[in-house]
Design a binder for this molecule. Structure first.
Ligand SMILES: Cc1cc2nc3c(=O)[nH]c(=O)nc-3n(C[C@H](O)[C@H](O)[C@H](O)COP(=O)(O)OP(=O)(O)OC[C@H]3O[C@@H](n4cnc5c(N)ncnc54)[C@H](O)[C@@H]3O)c2cc1C
Length: 337
């Protein structure tokens, strides 16, 4: 096994992988880039849909994979004859096509720059540190295994497919138990119209399932321990009108010393939330408490949140993108990324 000088392994083939790949090529950060992904590189599970009713929950304006060209996705859509507003929530398949195309474009750019790109259609299995500048990776698929030595490894493996609760695992082979709503055409084909369906979960993939099944007149019930539905937004865009106190946010971050397990402590999340609430209370506009429903049942909460969004009373959504981007910038600066 020979170690390539300055070689990076990117594990995963979704949006984060494409964004990282683009950044590596732009900065000429490696001589060889291995992309370890079992399937197609680009859409991943979430943007690999074909059904136009599965839309983004983030506005087109913030879907660029180029840190230095935040309008890149909007530009791409225009170049492909799709004229949408920056606020639009477009079908997720459009993002999938964008990710595929940008990956292909940057493979070509990498070749012109003398950067070798190798796609290894394997699952990452394990890694071993060999020395200060080398890692040995073990990769596997059904019919083969492979090992590889690289100087750096970047994991872009996402959160994975929907997880089946333990209680249901013994029934995994039951024909009426569907473990994932994706690919959505398979799910729809297996569930006849007008069926009564129990969707386990109440977040994004559960909402996808409910939207598609509702469209074919199924009676859908959703069950989850939290009963929490995703927050209703009418847009998620940058909005420089609401100036954040960066030094305050930096001071919150400085309180955090990464632990051995590198997990994101609840306390830090809570401190950011407290800052967010404080910030909302300093803005002219609806009182922040009035921007959220306090209804006890989730269907009433959903109705309330929809009407708040329609009335333009969800000011919180206009602060969110800048808050996340500022926190990301602080994390990147503090860790020397
Ligand atoms: C239903 C749903 C809707 C969403 N909608 C939006 C949205 O509109 N806008 C938005 O910004 N975000 C959305 N998200 C969040 C979304 O998941 C991420 O923004 C985006 O997909 C994250 O990209 P990723 O590359 O980190 O993960 P993924 O897209 O999940 O990609 C992970 C990749 O890693 C690969 N992988 C995993 N394990 C291994 C392994 N061991 N070896 C090799 N490869 C591996 C997978 O095969 C996959 O290709 C949504 C999430 C869900 C569930």
């Amino acid at each position: 096994m020979k170690q390539d000088e300055n070689s990076v392994a990117l594990v995963g083939g979704g949006a984060a992988c494409v964004a990282t790949f683009v950044a590596l090529v732009k900065r000429r950060a490696a001589k060889t880039i291995y992309v370890i992904a079992p399937g197609e590189i680009g859409p991943g599970l979430v943007f690999g849909n074909s059904d136009d009713d599965l839309i983004c929950n983030t506005s087109a304006e913030i879907m660029s994979v180029m840190a230095d060209a935040p309008q890149d996705f909007l530009l791409y859509l225009r170049q492909n004859g799709r004229y949408v507003s920056p606020e639009a929530f477009v079908p997720r398949s459009w993002v999938g096509a964008y990710l595929t195309d940008r990956f292909r474009d940057y493979v070509a750019i990498a070749c012109r720059r003398g950067i070798k790109v190798v796609h290894l259609p394997y699952h990452f299995h394990s890694a071993r540190v060999i020395d200060a500048c080398g890692h040995e990776l073990k990769l596997a698929r059904d019919d083969a295994s492979y090992s590889l030595v690289v100087t750096d490894v970047i994991f872009c493996t996402g959160l994975g497919a929907p997880r089946l609760p333990d209680l249901l695992k013994p029934h995994i082979d039951h024909p009426r138990l569907i473990c994932s709503p994706y690919p959505e055409a398979d799910m729809l084909q297996r569930i006849p119209k007008h069926s009564r369906v129990l969707v386990v979960g109440s977040k994004l993939s559960a909402v996808d399932a409910a939207v598609l099944l509702g469209r074919q007149d199924c009676k859908v019930s959703m069950v989850s321990p939290s009963g929490a539905l995703p927050a209703v937004r009418s847009r998620s865009i940058r909005n420089a009108r609401f100036r954040l106190d960066r030094s305050w946010l930096e001071s919150i971050f400085r309180r955090w010393t990464p632990g051995g397990d590198a997990s994101y402590p609840k306390g830090l999340r809570h401190a950011y939330l407290k800052y967010f609430v404080h910030h909302m209370s300093t803005l002219a506009g609806p009182l922040w408490r009035k921007q959220f429903s306090g209804a006890h049942t989730c269907d009433q909460r959903l109705r309330d949140q929809i009407s708040l969004a329609e009335l333009g009373q969800s000011q919180w959504q206009d602060v969110l993108v800048d808050l996340v981007e500022t926190i990301n910038a602080i994390h990147a600066k503090t860790r020397g990324c």
